[in-house]
Design a protein around this ligand. Structure first.
Ligand code: GL4
Length: 814
């Protein structure tokens, strides 16, 4: 990566303080004396945004006028996290900010904390999109993120007195939001419904209703690159806000109906992760943002042209489809080219295929979106016709390749009843990638096997990555300083493979001790954070063991909680002696999709295990369990640097990649994990001796399914497991109520689709190894340091470089 050094500090701290005062006075309309931390946060954010403006204009001009193809990242989710601190870092203004707010009488941290975290994503997929746009800007690649500015982000999670998850709406825009600029003058019209008629031999779509898509622009500053890209999130507005006739008839509710219908489109982020929801509103959302974005890209690259030469479109921009959510963009671009710009089918197809690429983020067949044809026909009748024709052409092509009829039957994009979005994306784009080596291999071998056989060259892999700016530099300043000390430079922040230079220091006991001291300090800091935020008293002299991610059966939070229960029982029964017990604090963080019954029940169980264990004097100081509410980016930034042991224990072959695993390794946690997703590559890089591997492989899982899996057998075979499940079943964690967890227990014993029980013994056994190593702090920390040193590969900068080389075939602006 070529580094462009940051410009000399564009302002002094005094000047920056003046800029904040000016914002306070003229935009916030409060005096510096009246200002609260929230006011200063808004003012400082606006001041930073102003500093980015010139680079933003220049980047846009270079993007449009230069010859470097841009990237359009289409994603229904961008889980950005708090913006101010990151913008300061990337703009090179951190020091000025710190001094300026101190001069104004505030603590920098209070100002940073005053920001309300935007939660426009569910989990890994949305956070990946945010890491990628940071890396694109940092590498100087011209790029647009395109998505939706949901009015309500991912729900806020609390727990009721019974430990059940309670969801409350996240109305993040109730607070002043200084980052997004709504640009009413760059709006787009997006239409729905109606019918297709023939006029002069041409198909003409006569939609029934339209909404106004208005862009809200977020600046995406690169780290030291002097480039600022754009994240353009669309919000839906009504063309006819208010029905005056209805109002005058005193039908007040009816008067705002059109507005409500239109604005509903961008109202809420669907809280499903790794599952599909087939809801009309969701399809409306998908079409809404891709249609607006495609028209926007044409507007940007062919300014003022009525009849642009769109055969050059694929040279201007390449669109990455982040999972199947934006795949309706393929027929939409076809429609735009044919209906709006009069291209013939073949030319339009050529342009379309060249323009799109698709990333698949799952292996669960139930997570691949399939839309009922009737729904598409109702909402987007012209698109359904186009999809049918794409499917015809596709089937002909397959026949031409000599592919058997029954294979073609399996591969159909349009079945007559439904449309398979993953298949449409695979056929309608140039490349398909999975998100870790194993995942990409399984896509080729299983999920999309027929497609990979027919179009082998389309398939490739790009292993995920995470941005070192947010997840090391900002989240872990103490470790960052130590890395910089060890390497003698801070260049690693934009060239993370440089962390390799730390490997020799793992032999230096003094350096390892410093590394251990950083971890201890981070643990101490987290204890304070947990006290402030959750009122918890945490013993920092325990092993900090964390499992944070969405709650899903395949991720197997059940495995972890059963192991915790088993440990609890062992202490209670005296099966382990007091000095044999390694004191541990287990942290969980997980949101469950509101309609996901077993996932919600698992949360309830964890909360109630936590209550019993934490209030039991017999285990005090030995074992504690906390289910932290509302896991989000802020919590990740605080908890990951404090964690010593990270759990990545999904059933092999189910987690496409995982990105938390990368964040933990980079922050010096050791991983206990299965051979799944990117765990495989992490283990390869950090060394098998520095990773706690357990559990079945993909092949073993497949074989066990094939042989007939009987979970009850495992229950009978391992007394530790039997005891743990019995304690759940006999009401120990439900005040004696034996029915409380009956559905969960019954699922474990009779179905257990993700083989939690089959992997339990291996998981329980490896705990001894973990605890043995932890008792030798120097060795533990040596291994943890080697995890840091060898995880540089998992920078999202590297992922983006792989996309550039393997898929996008473009690069930084000159
Ligand atoms: C996910 C995968 O489940 C996760 O393994 C992966 O790391 C992430 C980003 O590629 O995408 N797919 C969906 S859906 N949600 C995810 O987090």
């Amino acid at each position: 990566m070529t580094e462009i050094t940051a410009p000399k500090s564009p302002v002094t701290a005094d000047q920056f303080a003046d800029e904040i005062r000016e914002q306070l006075k003229y935009t916030q309309n409060v005096t510096a004396e009246q200002a609260t931390a929230a006011d200063v946060y808004v003012a400082a954010s606006k001041a930073v945004r102003n500093h980015l403006a010139d680079s933003w204009f220049k980047t846009q001009a270079d993007t449009v006028n230069g010859n470097t193809k841009a990237v359009g990242y289409f994603s229904a989710e961008f889980l950005m996290g708090k913006q101010l601190e990151n913008a300061l870092l990337n703009a090179g203004l951190t020091e000025q900010f710190d001094k300026a707010v101190e001069a104004l009488g505030f603590q920098p941290k209070d100002i940073i904390d005053a920001e309300y975290e935007p939660g426009l994503g569910n989990g890994g997929l949305g956070r990946l999109a945010a890491c990628f746009i940071d890396s694109l800007a940092s590498l100087g690649v011209p790029a647009f993120g395109y998505g939706i500015q949901y009015k309500y982000g991912i729900f806020k999670q609390t727990f009721d007195e019974n430990g059940k998850q309670v969801e409350t709406p996240d109305y993040w825009l109730n607070n002043e939001e200084p980052w997004g600029h709504i640009d009413y003058n760059r709006d787009q019209k997006v239409s729905f419904g109606g019918e297709v008629v023939e006029e002069n031999g041409k198909k003409v779509w006569k939609p029934a209703w339209s909404v106004r898509a208005v862009p809200v622009d977020y600046l995406v500053p690169g780290y030291k690159s002097q480039r600022v890209n754009t994240l353009r999130l669309w919000t839906a507005k009504s063309y006819d806000e208010f029905d005056l006739l209805a109002f005058n008839r005193s039908e007040y509710m009816d008067a705002v109906k059109p507005q409500v219908k239109a604005e509903n489109i961008s109202k809420i982020l669907y809280p499903e992760d790794s599952t599909k929801v087939g809801k009309e509103l969701r399809l409306e959302q998908q079409y809404f943002f891709v249609s607006a974005s495609l028209h926007d890209a044409i507007r940007v690259f062919y300014p003022g042209q009525d009849k642009p030469d769109l055969t050059t479109f694929p040279d201007k921009i390449t669109f990455q489809l982040n999972d199947t959510h934006p795949v309706i963009g393929i027929p939409e671009l076809m429609r735009i080219l044919i209906d709006e710009y009069d291209y013939d089918w073949d030319t339009a197809w050529n342009i379309t295929v060249k323009t799109f690429n698709y990333t698949c983020h799952t292996l669960l067949p139930e997570a691949l979106e399939v839309w009922p044809a009737s729904l598409i026909g109702e909402l987007l009748p012209r698109h359904l016709e186009i999809i049918e024709k794409i499917n015809e052409q596709f089937e002909d092509e397959l026949k031409g390749k000599g592919i058997a009829d029954e294979t073609i039957e399996r591969m159909r994009i349009y079945t007559g009843d439904s449309v398979r979005m993953a298949y449409l994306a695979t056929y309608g784009g140039s490349h398909v990638n999975g998100v870790a080596e194993l995942h990409s291999q399984l896509l080729k071998d299983v999920t999309l096997k027929d497609f990979s056989d027919a179009y082998p060259t389309k398939f490739t892999n790009v292993t995920n990555g995470v941005t070192p700016r947010r997840f090391v530099k900002l989240a872990n300043p103490a470790l960052s300083d130590l890395i910089t000390e060890g390497l003698g430079t801070d260049k690693w922040i934009s060239d993370l493979e440089m962390l390799k230079g730390l490997a020799p220091l793992a032999k230096d006991d003094e350096f390892v001790k410093k590394f251990a001291a950083v971890k201890a300090a981070n643990k101490h800091a987290f204890v304070g954070f947990a006290k402030d935020h959750y009122g918890l008293d945490i013993d920092e002299n325990t092993l900090f063991n964390t499992m944070v991610k969405r709650l899903h059966e395949y991720k197997r939070q059940s495995l972890k909680i059963l192991a915790v229960i088993s440990k609890y029982a062992a202490i209670k029964n005296g099966t382990v002696s007091a000095d044999e017990i390694l004191p541990r604090t287990v942290f969980f963080g997980a949101k469950a999709a509101p309609g996901y019954y077993l996932a919600k029940m698992t949360i309830e169980l964890i909360n109630n295990v936590s209550k019993v264990v934490n209030n039991d004097p017999d285990v005090k100081g030995k074992l504690a369990v906390h289910m932290l509410p509302n896991y989000n980016i802020e919590m990740a930034q605080n908890l990951i640097p404090a964690t010593e042991l990270d759990e990545q224990i999904s059933q092999a072959g189910k987690e496409a990649s995982g990105t938390g695993n990368m964040k933990f390794a980079l922050n010096g946690a050791l991983t206990v994990g299965t051979l799944d997703g990117a765990n495989v590559e992490i283990r390869e890089r950090v060394g098998a001796e520095n990773f706690f591997l357990f559990g079945m492989t993909v092949e073993e899982v497949d074989k066990l399914y094939a042989d007939g899996y009987d979970p009850a057998k495992y229950y009978e075979a391992d007394p530790r497991l039997k005891q743990a499940i019995d304690l759940v079943a006999n009401g120990t964690f439900s005040n004696g109520d034996r029915n409380a967890y009956a559905p969960l227990v019954s699922d474990w014993l009779t179905k257990d689709w993700f083989m939690t029980l089959a992997d339990f013994s291996a998981y329980a056994d490896i705990q001894a190894e973990i605890e043995k190593l932890y008792r030798d702090p120097l060795e533990w920390n040596r291994k943890a340091l080697l995890n840091v040193a060898n995880s540089g590969y998992f920078s999202s900068d590297r992922s983006i470089e792989d996309y550039l080389e393997r898929i996008w075939h473009t690069g930084p602006l000159a």
